[in-house]
Design a protein around this ligand. Structure first.
Ligand SMILES: NC(=O)c1ccc[n+]([C@@H]2O[C@H](COP(=O)([O-])OP(=O)(O)OC[C@H]3O[C@@H](n4cnc5c(N)ncnc54)[C@H](OP(=O)(O)O)[C@@H]3O)[C@@H](O)[C@H]2O)c1
Length: 251
């Protein structure tokens, strides 16, 4: 059976102005999908993305919301007010602060959960309630199978989001599918250069890092298939199976 045609659908992509979110929006545009571009602080990048998408012949709108200040409440209604309809929600926006187990605080953990898990959950719940039929994609992390020693508040919040991915997949079926992507090493954190990734390439079975196009390709597959929900694809060069490479346990 051929994969579903996406042309003419409308998507909402959070954190779309830059980096991976921007690539997701552009690939959706190339497939003929209209895009509501969510941004928080990157207004100029959001506007330039809108122009790039329109040049591809699709419709695009920009929509600002700060999820650390409750901007998720009413967000889907605002998006529907702009675009008139929505078929796809990509929960991509995230924060990635550096902290170890010794450094984390309750307030920090709550702040990470608010943006990385609660905001996408509220968006998903409202989307499922308002659009009735559609597809949700959640951006998780391939280190959910291991331990991110230096981003502890972040990885805990992504664990919450991963559980919510399964719960919402069951709750909103059959009309709404909820799937996820676990990116591995894709882009260095903002402010770091490529050498950050090069140093970590040795931790990946395929001995290289990926790129935003690989993530967008996995998302397009999840959007085009009709028989997946609650599924998460690791796009990480095999990094999530590194534990198998450690050799036998010394027992
Ligand atoms: N980069 C990687 O290699 C990698 C690896 C594993 C997982 N991931 C996941 O993949 C997704 C995309 O990664 P990325 O590195 O491209 O993300 P990113 O650059 O760290 O963040 C994406 C966007 O999130 C938005 N955002 C941050 N704080 C916000 C807030 N308070 N309210 C609303 N939006 C806010 C920002 O929008 P503005 O710029 O408009 O403020 C930002 O551009 C994330 O979910 C990330 O966790 C990425």
């Amino acid at each position: 059976m051929p994969l579903k045609e996406l042309r003419g659908l409308t998507s909402i992509v959070t954190g779309a102005a830059k980096r991976i979110g921007r690539e997701i929006a552009l690939e959706l545009g190339s497939e003929g999908v209209n895009v509501v571009i969510h941004y928080s602080g990157s207004e100029n990048d959001a506007k330039s993305l809108k122009a790039e998408l329109e040049a591809k012949g699709v419709k695009a709108w920009t929509l600002q919301a700060d999820f650390s200040r409750g901007g998720y409440d009413g967000f889907i209604e605002r998006a529907l007010g702009l675009a008139g309809k929505a078929d796809i929600l990509v929960n991509n926006a995230s924060v990635f602060p550096r902290n170890t187990l010794d450094e984390i605080t309750f307030e920090g953990l709550v702040a990470n959960i608010q943006i990385n898990a609660w905001a996408p959950f509220v968006l998903s719940r409202d989307f499922a309630g308002l659009v009735k039929k559609g597809k949700i994609i959640n951006m998780l992390d391939s280190r959910l199978t291991g331990y991110d020693w230096t981003h502890v508040e972040y990885i805990l919040s992504k664990h919450v989001f991963a559980e919510l991915t399964k719960m919402t997949a069951v709750q909103y079926a059959p009309d709404i599918t909820v799937n996820g992507v676990n990116p591995g090493l894709i882009l260095p954190p903002p402010g770091k250069d490529q050498s950050y990734l090069e140093k970590l390439n040795s931790t990946v079975p395929l001995k290289k890092h990926g790129n935003p196009q690989e993530i967008a390709a996995a998302i397009l597959y999840l959007l085009k298939t009709e028989f997946l929900t609650g599924e998460v694809i690791n796009v990480d060069g095999g990094r999530h199976i590194m534990e198998y490479g450690r050799g036998p346990h010394p027992d």
